[in-house]
Write a protein that binds this ligand. Structure first.
Ligand code: NAP
Length: 251
């Protein structure tokens, strides 16, 4: 087993995940750059200064998840940080459309059930599956940390406030998937409360990435700030929380 702590970031070949991987490598972690396409993961890892290694990981594929967990145990023998970052806002059939078009096609009355299932498969079931597969390694770590990259659009308190400006933007797929992810975060935090592992959900803010056709107003480095803080929490840090870099977000 190596001395240096190990972090796995899912969906780290681009966007916020890549920025999180870059920052964790800069802070001395061996970072596993999760990517469903290994070649793109390798290219992304080469852009990171420090010990960054690509790992093939499709969070919707049980075989891929099991192979990644086996490789981590075999090659590194430890896992300290899991950042469940991989996420989608829409089904594959909707790629290339604008945020406004997604909002329209994601309306509860007309959304395609296949798209809703695709979004939940990645954003919710993928997180549960990857977390379950990595937990044996995280339990062995001195200070295991799990960070689930959620969204303010999953806050039911915020979405149900008539004054909220972007009500409805998250439709019936993305927003509910992040609400479910928040509940999943609480469930894991509850079960793991008696261990050294901390489990928290985070919103990176509105960040310019492929996810929103680069309409976001923050940089990926800004979006990575709170996820990285939660990944590096000390022993007195919280578990079972939902926050952005301005503080707690209501569930
Ligand atoms: P992005 O640039 O589109 O990156 C998404 C990443 O997830 C990509 O690496 C993508 O891989 C990966 N991914 C998608 N499906 C996957 C799967 N089945 N298995 C493994 N990886 C998969 O989007 P982003 O904005 O950085 O999003 C990162 C996270 O932040 C998401 O969870 C998103 O919901 C959340 N978030 C973003 C914003 C924002 O404003 N951007 C706001 C709130 C929350 P491919 O390249 O192979 O597609």
């Amino acid at each position: 087993m190596q001395d240096r702590p190990v972090a796995l970031v899912t969906g780290a070949n681009k966007g916020i995940g890549h920025a999180i991987a870059k920052e964790l490598a800069a802070r001395g972690h061996t970072v596993l750059v999760g990517s469903r396409d290994l070649a793109r993961g390798e290219a992304a890892a080469r852009e990171i200064t420090g010990d960054a290694r690509a790992i093939a990981l499709d969070v919707t594929n049980a075989g891929s998840i099991a192979a990644a967990a086996a490789r981590i145990r075999r090659e590194l023998g430890r896992l300290d940080v899991l950042v469940n970052n991989a996420g989608i806002a829409k089904g594959p059939a909707q790629s290339g459309v604008t945020v406004d078009e997604i909002a329209l096609s994601g309306r509860p009355s007309v959304a395609s059930l296949a798209d809703v299932r695709d979004v939940f498969e990645t954003n919710v079931f993928g997180v549960i599956a990857v977390t379950q597969a990595m937990l044996p390694l995280l339990r062995e770590a001195p200070a295991g940390r799990i960070v689930n990259v959620s969204s303010r659009l999953g806050s039911m308190t915020w979405l149900s406030d008539p004054a909220t400006s972007v009500r409805g933007v998250g439709g019936v797929a993305y927003s509910p998937s992040k609400s479910a992810l928040n509940a999943v975060t609480i469930a894991f935090a509850h079960e793991l409360a008696g261990t050294a592992i901390k489990v928290n959900a985070v919103c990176p803010g509105y960040v310019a990435t492929d996810l929103n056709n680069h309409s976001g107003t923050r940089t990926v480095a800004e979006g990575a700030r709170e996820p990285v803080r939660l990944a590096l929490l000390g022993p007195d840090g919280p578990t079972g929380t939902f926050s952005d870099d301005a503080g707690p977000i209501p569930w």
